[in-house]
Design a protein around this ligand. Structure first.
Ligand SMILES: NC(=O)c1ccc[n+]([C@@H]2O[C@H](COP(=O)([O-])OP(=O)(O)OC[C@H]3O[C@@H](n4cnc5c(N)ncnc54)[C@H](OP(=O)(O)O)[C@@H]3O)[C@@H](O)[C@H]2O)c1
Length: 289
């Protein structure tokens, strides 16, 4: 089992500790495969698993954690409230559904998947009232001890401000698209001011970043793989990367990041501001901007 970064934590605003790298499970739709992937990731040394109601694999993820041989409290599990629930009652029921489906007793972190329903992702409407209703349901589940920390995903500054200005509890995290070539520096500054941890999803641009020649050159210079450079870059910016991988070899490589990217290379990486997404990936709303 690997140690190093996989045993390090960030501390959330409510003092809950969260492992610095999480294992992503989007598109592992079959429950048996999800359970197997989670067991393998845990075997490699990952202690933080990222799932979502919308991924359709919460049952498999729960099974993977239960059958890993570890105590429940040794694995940090995040799930997401479907982007479509923008009313209190729908959100309340969906939270209880996730608790039942995961079947792990409690959820470590639950986040609103998106401020806008996916079908409306590119539109101007921000669903401020609906997000406050969903947030209220999360706050209550948190107070009831069903969830240890609550947060959001895909929230822009304006969406965060809506929660900050109108709620008792601040989001502990904002999980957003962040990788070399597409790093949301302004949002990161705003989140930092409010003690909100930024989690970086699609740290490899859903695979597209692997083909970026400039990134390849910098990886070669550092004698690491592109994915190792990508994970290390995010950690050095204070973000929590959520890499997904199918093989244990990839899982292991992505967490083997015990090196330092020098200042000059970091500057060059920060200044890469264009990442073309493939047509296949552009079918998903998050890669369309
Ligand atoms: N909140 C949201 O709206 C949202 C949106 C997107 C993603 N997420 C979360 O973020 C996680 C990660 O993002 P993602 O799934 O979009 O993709 P990603 O982690 O950016 O990239 C995954 C791709 O990279 C490849 N890969 C991984 N390690 C590799 C290695 N060492 N060498 C070569 N190729 C490698 C994988 O191939 P193999 O599978 O063959 O290893 C896969 O094709 C998701 O699983 C999910 O948990 C959240």
């Amino acid at each position: 089992m690997m140690t190093g970064i996989l045993q390090e934590h960030f501390t959330l605003a409510n003092d809950v500790e969260i492992p610095k790298i999480g294992f992503g499970t989007w598109m592992i739709e079959d429950d048996d495969k999800a359970a197997q992937a989670v067991r393998e990731a845990i075997e490699v040394g990952y202690r933080h698993i990222d799932t979502a109601e919308a991924y359709g694999n919460e049952a498999g993820v729960g099974e993977g954690v239960r059958s890993s041989g570890l105590d429940r409290k040794e694995v940090f599990v995040t799930t997401k409230l479907r982007a479509e629930y923008k009313d209190y009652e729908g959100a309340r029921q969906a939270i209880d559904d996730s608790l039942r489906t995961l079947n792990l007793g409690y959820i470590d972190l639950m986040i609103i998947h998106s401020p806008k329903p996916w079908a409306k992702f590119g539109e101007d409407e921000h669903y401020f009232a609906g997000n406050l209703e969903a947030w209220k349901a999360l706050e209550e589940a948190h107070e009831a001890g069903k969830i240890r920390a609550i947060g959001v995903s895909n929230f822009e500054q304006v969406d965060l401000r809506n929660i900050i200005d109108n709620s008792e509890t601040l989001p502990a995290v904002d999980q957003v698209l962040a990788h070399i070539g597409n790093t949301p520096f302004e949002l990161m500054d705003y989140a930092r001011q409010h003690n909100i941890l930024v989690e970086a999803y699609s740290p490899f641009g859903h695979g597209d970043m692997l083909h970026n020649v400039e990134v390849q050159r910098i990886a070669e210079r550092n004698q690491v793989s592109v994915t190792q450079l990508a994970v290390r870059y995010l950690l050095q910016l204070g973000l929590l990367p959520l890499p997904k991988a199918s093989s244990t070899e990839h899982m292991r490589q992505n967490a083997d990041v015990d090196f330092v990217i020098g200042d000059e290379d970091m500057t060059q990486l920060r200044n890469i501001t264009k990442q073309q997404y493939s047509d296949a990936n552009r079918q998903f709303p998050v890669y369309q901007s």
